[in-house]
Write a protein that binds this ligand. Sequence first.
Ligand SMILES: NC(=O)c1ccc[n+]([C@@H]2O[C@H](COP(=O)([O-])OP(=O)(O)OC[C@H]3O[C@@H](n4cnc5c(N)ncnc54)[C@H](O)[C@@H]3O)[C@@H](O)[C@H]2O)c1
Length: 270
Amino acid sequence: MAYNLLKGKKGIIFGALDEKSIAWKTALRCVEEGAEIVLTNAPIAMRLGEINRLAELCNAPVIPADVTSMDDLENLFSKTLEHFGGGVDFILHSVGMSMNLRKGNPYTDTNYDLMHKSLDISAMSLHRVLQTAMKMDAINEWGSVVALSYIAAQRVFPDYNDMADAKSMLESITRNFGYQYAVKKHVRVNTISQSPTRTTAGSGVKGFEGFIKFAEKQSPLGNASADQCADYTVTLFSDLTKMVTMQNLFHDGGFSFTGISHAVIDQMEM
Ligand SMILES: NC(=O)c1ccc[n+]([C@@H]2O[C@H](COP(=O)([O-])OP(=O)(O)OC[C@H]3O[C@@H](n4cnc5c(N)ncnc54)[C@H](O)[C@@H]3O)[C@@H](O)[C@H]2O)c1
């Protein structure tokens, strides 16, 4: 069901890799709600070609950008400004990657070059996006920026590896840049802390299947799906949430505030 919540709004969606991606679902949902969008992803992800299918469905141009490259980001914003004939109203940062995690390097025996890359791609990139947008005045008054986080920013999930540190930094950048952008142009910046979700990035985490099943039992409402995450993101891009900024918003079926659930206790007693 669509409510025209984003009618007349324009935005950039980072991170749609395939139809499982949170960004993919969000792109479709934004268009359904009346928005016009530009899609972007790393040049390497373009080679999979899937994003062109989404571009057709959304009637959106695709502008490649590696989030660790300032040149790419400047190019993305200048082409987007040209395409829309003005600034954007929302940005989804749905980007994350850890080679330490992918290679199975233990957290206590990390490769620091790879850790640096994890932090750059998954956290500093939000700063790069916001700084570039601010310098180019690319986000309209009362615009909204959402990035995706995970509860490993606050609690220990041992196999989440250096992505836990990246998510802590991402949430910190959200607060600190969120302050600056609110004062300067009423732009709001938030993270959504999403339930574990079966996507390419999610499934890279060791023991992911056990982990997602545990979260399902521990959450009073069950795990939030990628489609539900897209719905929630739309509300944050809409004018109904104008005074929400610098927040980390849990979208996890109640997982974050549950000490233990009956479903988990029952499992332990078996
Ligand atoms: N899947 C989960 O369980 C889960 C839970 C909470 C938060 N998240 C977060 O949601 C976000 C989206 O992940 P997803 O689960 O949809 O997986 P995904 O693999 O579909 O998306 C990750 C995206 O990051 C992009 N990316 C990687 N390196 C890049 C670079 N250098 N430049 C530009 N883009 C780059 C990939 O191409 C991909 O599109 C990530 O921040 C992830 O950490 C995921």
